[in-house]
Every structure is written in structure tokens, then in C-alpha cells.
Design a protein around this ligand. Structure first.
Ligand SMILES: Nc1nc2c(ncn2[C@@H]2O[C@H](COP(=O)(O)OP(=O)(O)OP(=O)(O)O)[C@@H](O)[C@H]2O)c(=O)[nH]1
Ligand SMILES: [Mg+2]
Ligand SMILES: [Zn+2]
Length: 356
């Protein structure tokens, strides 16, 4: 009689993916070069740790390192690989990343704190699911910021108003949001699979989404319900402050059973945009439309006479908070632009310094 050997699950490395299921399409194919598959392959970055990246490919899951020269050659964070990137790899153990394919879209923000640097959040995202909790998290100013971040990335925004079971006025809030923002709005209770049917519909085979929002709004819970199992850890919000506990700590690309892909992200504490003036204007399309009636083409809607935007605030057609936040965001963007310009100049100056 032979002893019963417990059946081991197949090692992750043995899972093979059809590149199309990982989001490979004509765009990436048009930028790829023919490679010898015994030496090289393309893969998609699913996770990054301090030491290495986890990459999915048609040859399975691989651990990949980024040769040190990348770090000293990179002039800014955009030159470094991020979750969602398609990369060319040298097949070895560990694999080595040798090239990043051009990106379709790129989610980024200003790094936390005083530094003027861009932080890359995710690459090649098709849909940005902006998750707002209908409890204490609901705030139009917050939604504006996430909308701008998504607009700047090039991905399509979709607004998820979650925790509808905790809000008596869920429908009224949904109407308000629909009136102001040009994006589909889905009202959900994250644990109710039926509520997520519109998300499932959007996340077709090979389509990549990202969930962004504050901590505790239910981003990981949405992913677990879509996955049909608990693939991400979740945690109750603080019962007094209703704030989340920053449960998710890393960005990770997850594969859903229906072939869509979804990137989970840590809740954001502060969201400073890394955008240009155009993105502000595009996000405030209602103000832009009113502005066409202003007497002066270059009206800033401050003190100018014949300003149709201020007029609209006076007669209640436009929310004064919204105009205020438009002005605040423009100011923020100008300040960012000024600091980036200054940094660039300072960079040039330091490079031009004569050798000692
Ligand atoms: N009542 C209710 N609770 C929800 C809903 N969605 C999520 N929750 C709960 O909210 C808590 C936080 O959910 P998470 O999914 O961990 O939130 P998260 O956005 O991933 O948070 P971070 O990982 O910290 O960014 C958990 O206790 C969830 O069960 C919902 O629609 N209704
Ligand atoms: Mg989470
Ligand atoms: Zn005006």
C-alpha cells in the first residue's frame, strides 16, 4: 500500500496566460518586436515590491528584477516600470526587465508632501472606477479631483457610489452626481453581486480597470464580489470616524474570472493632481459652456464685468462651491506648473555648473 500524498496545488509559475486575457492587443503588438521566445518574452507587471516585480506572461508567472542602471538613468518616475505596464523580459531566473512598451494611459498624482514629483500609480488602464462611499465619504470636491486624475490619465471614468445600504438619500446623491459629471454612475452595495452587473459588463475580456478612492470606501470588497472569492483583504472602518484603516497597502493587478482585469490600490489620503490647465477645463465642462456667454473671451470669472459664470451663480444655475473649487484647482495647477518649471530650470543650472 502506498502512502497517500497530499495533492499540491500547481505552482503559480505553471499558470500560463493567453496574452489577450492579460490585455495584450493591437496597440501593444504594433510596438513590439519579434523576439526569440527561448530568450525573451513580453509580460505584464502585476505587482511591484521593493526588490522585484511579479510579471504575468504566456510562460507563467515570473519574478523579474530591474537592472540597477535603470534607476540611475531614469530622469523621472515615468521612465520606470509600473503596475499594468507591458515589459520586454530576458527569460532567466530571475527574469530581467529590459524595455517598457509605450503606454496607452497612465494614472499618476503629485507625490505626498511638499516635493514636486510625480508618483505613477498604474499604467494601461482602460477604465478608472472612482469609488465614493455614500456614508461620510461623499463629497463633490473629492469626486472632482478623482475625475481630473482620470481625465489626465486618458482612461474612461466611471463613478461608483458605494454603500447605498448606509445612505437614505442614495438616489438623490446619484442624481446630483449625474447632473454634474459626464461619466456613467453606478450605485452599489459592494457585497451584492447583482449591483455589480454594470461593472462586470464593462470589464470584458482583456479590459483593465483600476479602483481608486479613499480608504474604507469598499474598493477591495468590490473586487472580492467580482472575483467570487476573497482575494483581497478587507477591514471594517473605524466605527467613530468612519474612516478606513488603509488595509490595502500595494497596487496589484488582479485577474477576474470573466477575464477582465482590475487593479486594487491603497486608499488615498491626499490627492494632489498632476495635471495641466486643460484637464481642469475639461472636468468643468459646465463652467466652460457658461463661459462662452461671458463678455470677454479671456474672462477668468473673478471680477470681470459681464461674466456669465458669476451670473449663473447669482441666479442659482451654478453651485458657488463648484466655481470656488474651479478657481482653487486652477490655482493649484498653476502653482504646480510654476514649481515644475522652476525645478527644470534649477536642474539645467546645476548641470551647467562648471566642473570644480
Ligand atoms: N454596509 C456596507 N459596507 C461595505 C460596503 N462596501 C464595503 N463595505 C465595508 O467597508 C469596509 C471597508 O471595505 P474595504 O473593501 O476594505 O475598503 P477599501 O476601499 O479597500 O479600503 P483600503 O484598502 O483601506 O483602501 C469593510 O468592512 C467592508 O465590508 C457596502 O456597500 N455596504
Ligand atoms: Mg482595500
Ligand atoms: Zn466669466
Amino acid at each position: 500500500m502506498t502512502a497517500k500524498v497530499p495533492q499540491k496545488p500547481a505552482p503559480k509559475q505553471d499558470r500560463k496566460w493567453n496574452p489577450a486575457d492579460l490585455g495584450w492587443d493591437d496597440f501593444f503588438a504594433s510596438h513590439a518586436r519579434g523576439v526569440d521566445p527561448s530568450l525573451h518574452c513580453y509580460g505584464r507587471i502585476a505587482l511591484e515590491t521593493k526588490k522585484n516585480s511579479i510579471v504575468y506572461s504566456e510562460f507563467g508567472e515570473m519574478t523579474a528584477i530591474l537592472p540597477a542602471k535603470w534607476h540611475y538613468r531614469a530622469t523621472d518616475n515615468r521612465n520606470l516600470p509600473a503596475v499594468g505596464d507591458w515589459v520586454l523580459l530576458e527569460r532567466d531566473d530571475p527574469a530581467r526587465i529590459i524595455e517598457i512598451l509605450p503606454r496607452k494611459t497612465l494614472f499618476s498624482r503629485k507625490i505626498k508632501g511638499k516635493q514636486t514629483r510625480e508618483q505613477i500609480l498604474a499604467a494601461n488602464v482602460d477604465i478608472g472606477f472612482i469609488v465614493i462611499g455614500l456614508d461620510c465619504n461623499y463629497n463633490l470636491r473629492r469626486i472632482e479631483r478623482y475625475m481630473m486624475m482620470t481625465a489626465a490619465s486618458g482612461a474612461q471614468p466611471v463613478l461608483i457610489l458605494n454603500k447605498k445600504d448606509l445612505a437614505a438619500d442614495a438616489e438623490a446623491k446619484a442624481q446630483e452626481v449625474r447632473r454634474i459629471f459626464s461619466a456613467p454612475v453606478i450605485v452599489t452595495c459592494a457585497q451584492h453581486s447583482n449591483d455589480l452587473a454594470p461593472m462586470r459588463e464593462l470589464l470584458k475580456r482583456g479590459v483593465t480597470g483600476v479602483v481608486i478612492g479613499s480608504s474604507g470606501v469598499g474598493k477591495s470588497t468590490l473586487i472580492n464580489t467580482l472575483a467570487g472569492e476573497e482575494i483581497q483583504h478587507t477591514q471594517q472602518v473605524n466605527p467613530i470616524t468612519h474612516k478606513g484603516r488603509h488595509t490595502t497597502t500595494r497596487r496589484e493587478l488582479l485577474l477576474l474570472p470573466d477575464h477582465g482585469l482590475l487593479i486594487d490600490t491603497p486608499g488615498m489620503r491626499e490627492l494632489q493632481a498632476w495635471i495641466g490647465k486643460e484637464t481642469v477645463h475639461n472636468t468643468f465642462a459646465d463652467i466652460l459652456e457658461l463661459a462662452s456667454e461671458c463678455r470677454f473671451n479671456d474672462c477668468r470669472h473673478l471680477q470681470e464685468p459681464g461674466c456669465a459664470v458669476r451670473q449663473a451663480v447669482e441666479n442659482g444655475r451654478l453651485d458657488s462651491d463648484r466655481l470656488e473649487s474651479y478657481h482653487d484647482l486652477l490655482k493649484e495647477v498653476q502653482e504646480l506648473h510654476r514649481r515644475r518649471h522652476w525645478k527644470k530650470e534649477a536642474g539645467h543650472r546645476s548641470r551647467l555648473k562648471p566642473e570644480p
